[in-house]
Ligand binder design. Structure first.
Ligand SMILES: [Zn+2]
Length: 118
């Protein structure tokens, strides 16, 4: 399994693409909870290991089009998964803030990544 630091993650993200094979996984363009259908398609690629910024919680969380800032919560510690059917790449992390842990995924859309932070 790969550990993604800033350089290797940057390389990964330049390769990240969405396509129509799985309807672009639009349910997961914003953070959404794991479904059995999704999990069956995924394989783990690696783990992001990036220093969080000082303002790591200063980021809008919900929304399909909110920017991805890789040095902020929860992105800097996410695992990375890939869809075996279409090649779409996902962030994954375990949300522990609620009553029960929730497994959350979000499609990596490179056009949303604030690249100056990578
Ligand atoms: Zn897919």
């Amino acid at each position: 399994m790969e550990q993604f630091d800033q350089n290797s993650l940057c390389h990964l993200l330049t390769l990240a693409e969405t396509n129509s094979n799985c309807n672009e996984h639009k349910d997961f363009w914003e953070w959404n909870n794991e479904t059995a259908e999704l999990v069956n398609k995924l394989e783990k690629m690696g783990q992001i290991e990036i220093e969080p910024s000082i303002n790591q919680y200063d980021l809008q969380y919900w929304g399909a089009d909110v920017p991805i800032q890789i040095d902020k919560y929860p992105y800097y510690g996410c695992e990375v998964f890939k869809c075996k059917t279409c090649g779409t790449v996902f962030f994954y992390y375990l949300e522990l803030g609620g009553h029960a842990p929730q497994k959350r995924y979000r499609v990596i859309r490179k056009e949303l990544i604030a690249i100056e932070n990578v």
